[in-house]
Ligand binder design. Structure first.
Ligand code: NAP
Length: 294
């Protein structure tokens, strides 16, 4: 029997495929999700246990792996798990939250002898489904060595970045690039439409040269076809950019790219488009490119 019996909390676009990989590699002990129907369905699919509560799941696990939306959601599920957590258990958070929330939660859990690991991920829903995520991990080194196989079950690369909080700090850096690239690609493809360039050939040329990148290759065609349903909700990227903005304020740093992107996503969220993939930004870019282009 493994000493890494793992329970998964948060079975959304990222958490559900992570749970599938953990099941395939023999780690999965059970699941819990706020909307219970998702947990019962996944438990039936994976022939695993659907716990009644985070605490009940924690009681039966050595590791709790969490993937929820925002800081306050993470705080809420950790609080609900507390009665079931025992000394020696490990909580691994794969959500994207602020480093300060991470450090505060780690201190609360340390009071109970529970170890905390921040392991935010990059690679999109495709990366989660294919088990090819890139994990950036903040943890005490001995704890990292112990739980690394759990994260490796759904990752192509697992990198220890330093103490607790370093994973989320790295993710903040990552999201600056993600938002900047999305701004550039969406603006570029809006220009391509305006110039009436042939779609497929444009994408093929761009992705063969210096403009190539993950976002262009994975979202270029779908955004030009007006499909924004899958992937990374733009309301979640806006949440990440608020985390980056807070870090920039603390450090006295100006980040105009992030400021601009956050304004764009806030506008889209206000227009009711928060559940669209971040490539939905092209709609805003097109709406600002003159009449007849949306
Ligand atoms: P999602 O599909 O919206 O799923 C969110 C999950 O969090 C759901 O299981 C939801 O439960 C749960 N949740 C939200 N608030 C909760 C609360 N107060 N209490 C308990 N559970 C709660 O989001 P996602 O795309 O999987 O993203 C999850 C995290 O991964 C986010 O922090 C995101 O920034 C990060 N991330 C996402 C991607 C991506 O490409 N999607 C990539 C890297 C990182 P319900 O089912 O009840 O709503």
């Amino acid at each position: 029997m493994t000493d890494l019996r793992t329970g998964v909390i948060g079975l959304g676009a990222m958490g559900a495929p992570m749970a599938r990989h953990l099941s395939a590699k023999g780690f999965l002990q059970g699941v819990w999700n706020r909307t219970a129907s998702k947990a019962t369905q996944l438990a039936a699919e994976l022939d695993t246990w659907h716990a009644d509560s985070p605490a009940a799941l924690a009681q039966q696990c050595d590791v709790l792996l969490v993937c929820v939306s925002r800081d306050q959601d993470l705080e809420s599920v950790v609080e609900q798990s507390l009665p079931g957590l025992r000394a020696g258990s490990v909580v691994i958070d794969t959500s994207t939250v602020s480093p300060s929330t991470t450090v505060a939660l780690a201190a609360v859990l340390a009071g109970k002898g529970v170890d905390y690991v921040d392991a935010p991920v990059s690679g999109g829903v495709e990366g989660a489904i294919n088990g090819r995520l890139v994990a950036m991990v903040g943890a005490e080194l001995t704890i990292f060595s112990r739980i690394q196989p759990v994260i490796a079950a759904f990752s192509a690369a697992v990198t220890h970045m330093g103490p607790v909080g370093s994973g989320q700090a790295t993710k903040a850096v990552n999201q600056v690039i993600v938002c900047g690239v999305a701004e550039a690609v969406c603006e570029a493809l809006a220009l391509g439409e305006k110039l009436n360039l042939p779609r497929e050939r444009l994408l093929a040329v761009l992705s063969s040269g210096a403009a190539d990148g993950w976002f262009l290759r994975h979202r270029g065609l779908s955004m030009l076809e007006g499909r924004f349903e899958k992937g990374f909700k733009l309301s979640l990227l806006l949440k990440d950019l608020e985390i980056v903005k807070a870090l920039a304020r603390e450090l006295g740093m100006q980040m105009p790219v992030v400021e601009h992107a956050a304004q764009d996503y806030a506008e889209l969220v206000s227009a009711g488009e928060g559940n669209n993939d971040i490539s939905g930004l092209i709609r805003l870019k097109k709406s600002k490119s003159g009449p007849g282009n949306d």
